[in-house]
Design a binder for this molecule. Structure first.
Ligand code: ADP
Ligand code: MG
Length: 706
């Protein structure tokens, strides 16, 4: 074919360059995100149908999708609630019923007894025999018996791709478009291969064009199973390129951030030492190591972007407090943000206890604060009189100004995508200087994710719990044994232990949750009259909540009935028993967080996961995981396998890391190779990096432009 030499590259060639795509079709394709020929090439099949061979009817099983050829033995119209055409077809190996609800007289005549038909459809179990409902079919004339005596006829040459489609865009259109796009890709200028040959050779991956051709048009001998799993080398090649593109985009972002300026925080560490001397404990080795890593970052002239991972109870708060003191001693302000009001209050208490003796003023930013109190706090932050701000994330979104913000601490927020991190960074921008950021999470990020979703961050791990912690013994019981559980609470509290009773509800409604907790508190008060029982939930006023928590902490309450508001941050070492009602409704990470509220003292702690049967398979797997391990990393790993990264990281909501082809669980084995490939590209082929990123991230790549 003769192509004009001036034809633009496929990434800027509009879909209308493809035969069969006019302006109206282009509009519909845009709804699928398909604007250019390159987009069409990367719009990959969701699954495949095997129309390459005729299957003997006798071997069909329910839910198979297959081509069959047979002779019509019986054709009748059934009148009933719905008029329908029933056609019985047999091929010598067995028979099947075709069922049509919509049909013309002409169709009915064509499907008369003795006609040979070829059909494609999904096999279902019918009342009398296997059926196909509204199969695609054709009456054929040229069927000749094959060697086995079954009738055969012409079939497709490749497995048939099934694409993600939308209204007004049919599968046959998408098939035609992808064929046309593959033709263009194979021509001149064609599709650019962006992975260097040495990488492909080392990883034994096929070239891009071969991979795409295979995935769009798999040959008849292709393994349908492999293709459906996504494990074929052609698919792995594409997944690899996609993961690499994401990794590179975050690496570039990281480089850009490192090239920007931050206040250099230099301080001899006087305040830190005063605090450390006042603590009733010494830092663990892991806490010391991570604190050193943070201090080193803070002294640099480029902004720290560090993620601190540490299991529940590993002591992240004190590490954050030391970083805050370092910033303050260096003459800057620090902000500490938590995801919930309750957790923010816990921080306020801890920080007040630790910082007040050092004569530092803390500004408290609460959603429930009266306007006047808030204005005062804002003024004190703007003037620099208050050196530390504590509050929820939400509170920092609105009009908070700092005199000289040097450090932002974000606690318990693994659902904090790159967009949020950037927004925060911009917020703290002062005369072109960006504050340092410290992000703390109890959800360990598996390496697969760290490489892709968090490659813009440095990471530190607190991999040691403070001494004297005892592993929590976890049991799983059905709620039919509730009475026994109540007795267990009585027994534990009689010996001076304290307990939590956590109520959960399936509804997202906070009001209903609070009501359920209140009802439970009433029931338990009746059942356990000798116990002092408190109630805490999200609907209480801040001061009421604080009062109840303080009473529980002081040992003036035996049992605390609570909603999941106590999920993070609450810290009462003497509490050694936790009951979680309807535990099957919560996710693994949440259950692990909740359980982390016990096992903080020297006594042996237990957690009772009470469920309402019957359990789903996933529900059973979650509760079993919790019973079997206390290790947050192992739990995160299982969580990922059960739910997938979109759910675990909340990426669906935050729009972070949207993968088209790669799957972070399935493709874990690729991850270590990504880093090497990224190095090689950045060093020897830097010009290909932006092309790779825009090919796979498209619009989303714009967050790189900071
Ligand atoms: P998390 O990492 O879950 O945020 P916290 O910071 O709330 O953990 O710490 C849990 C508890 O452990 C707190 O009571 C804290 O004072 C205590 N703690 C922290 N570090 C140590 C340590 N090195 N030795 C003993 N107790 C510690
Ligand atoms: Mg914490």
């Amino acid at each position: 074919m003769n192509k004009a030499p001036s034809q633009p590259p496929l990434e800027s060639l509009p879909v209308t360059a493809l035969k069969g795509a006019g302006p109206r079709m282009a509009e519909r394709l845009a709804r699928l995100g398909l604007r250019t020929v390159q987009d069409v090439l990367f719009h990959l099949p969701l699954r495949y149908q095997d129309r390459t061979r005729v299957v003997p009817i006798g071997t069909l099983r329910v839910s198979d999708e297959a081509v069959i050829v047979g002779e019509v033995q019986l054709s009748e119209i059934k009148l009933g609630r719905r008029r329908m055409l029933l056609v019985r077809v047999a091929d010598g190996s067995g028979g099947i019923l075709l069922r049509f609800f919509h049909f013309s007289a002409q169709q009915q005549a064509g499907l008369a007894r003795g006609a040979m038909v070829r059909c494609f459809g999904e096999v279902r179990a019918g009342p009398a025999m296997l059926e196909m409902v509204h199969p695609e079919y054709r009456v054929i004339a040229d069927a000749a018996p094959d060697a086995q005596g079954y009738a055969t006829t012409a079939v497709d040459e490749c497995l048939t791709p099934v694409y993600p489609a939308t209204e007004g865009v049919q599968q046959y259109t998408l098939r035609a478009l992808s064929s046309a796009a593959l033709d263009l890709a194979a021509g001149e200028p064609g599709l650019q291969e962006l992975l260097p040959a040495e990488i492909l050779a080392r990883l034994k991956l096929p070239p891009l064009l071969d991979a795409l051709a295979y995935v769009h048009r798999p040959p008849p001998d292709a393994s349908l199973t492999m293709l459906q799993e996504g494990s074929h080398p052609a698919q792995q090649r594409l997944a690899f390129e996609e993961l690499l593109a994401h990794h590179l985009s975050l690496r570039l972002l990281r480089n850009k951030i490192q090239a920007s300026r931050a206040p250099q925080l230099n301080a001899p560490g006087r305040l830190m030492n005063v605090l450390l001397d006042s603590l009733p404990f010494a830092l663990t080795g892991a806490q010391r190591r991570v604190t050193d890593e943070i201090m080193r970052d803070l002294r640099r002239a480029s902004p720290m972007q560090r993620l601190v991972q540490g299991d529940v109870g590993s002591g992240k708060t004190i590490v954050a407090a030391l970083a805050v003191l370092h910033a303050v001693e260096a003459g800057f302000q620090a902000a500490v943000m938590a995801p919930t009001e309750l957790l923010a209050e816990q921080h306020l208490q801890n920080f007040t206890r630790w910082l007040a003796p050092l004569d530092l003023e803390i500004a408290w930013l609460s959603g429930k604060q009266p306007g006047k109190a808030r204005r005062t706090m804002l003024e004190r932050l703007a003037s620099g009189q208050a050196t530390v701000a504590v509050g929820t994330h939400a509170l920092f979104q609105e009009g908070v100004e700092f005199a000289s913000l040097g450090l932002i601490v974000v606690d318990e927020q693994h659902r904090f995508g790159v967009h949020q991190r950037l927004a925060l960074r911009e917020k703290g921008n002062q005369l072109g200087r960006h504050p340092h950021q410290l992000i703390m999470t109890a959800t360990p990020i598996p390496r697969t994710l760290a490489m892709t979703a968090y490659a813009d961050l440095d990471s530190s791990i607190i991999d040691e719990l403070p001494p004297g912690r005892t592993p929590v013994e976890t049991v799983v019981v059905p709620d039919t044994r509730r009475a026994e559980v109540v007795e267990r609470v009585r027994g534990a509290c009689r010996t001076g232990r304290q307990a939590y009773w956590v109520c959960t509800l399936i509804e997202e409604s906070e009001t209903l949750q609070c009501q359920a907790a209140a009802d439970t508190a009433v029931q338990l008060t009746e059942a356990l009259p000798e116990l002092r029982i408190g109630l805490v939930h999200g609907r209480l006023k801040t001061s009421e909540k604080a009062q109840v928590m303080a009473a529980f902490k002081a040992g003036e309450l035996d049992l605390l009935v609570a909603t999941t508001v106590i999920e993070v941050g609450v810290d009462v070492p003497n509490a050694s028993l936790m009951i979680i009602e309807n535990a099957e409704r919560l996710g693994l990470a949440q259950l692990h967080q909740l359980r982390g509220r016990v096992g903080r003292g020297a006594q042996k702690s237990s957690c009772i996961l009470m469920y309402h049967g019957p359990l789903s398979r996933d529900g059973r797997a979650r509760l079993a995981a919790l019973r079997e391990t206390n290790d947050g990393f192992e739990i995160a790993r299982r969580d990922l396998a059960l739910r997938g990264p979109g759910e675990v990281l909340g990426t669906r909501q935050s729009g972070m890391l949207q993968l088209h082809i790669a799957d972070l669980v399935r493709d874990q084995a690729l991850i270590p190779k990504i880093e090497q490939a990224a190095e090689l590209l950045l060093q020897h082929y830097p010009e290909r990096v932006p092309l790779l990123i825009s090919r796979w991230l498209g619009e989303a790549a714009r967050y790189g432009d900071v």
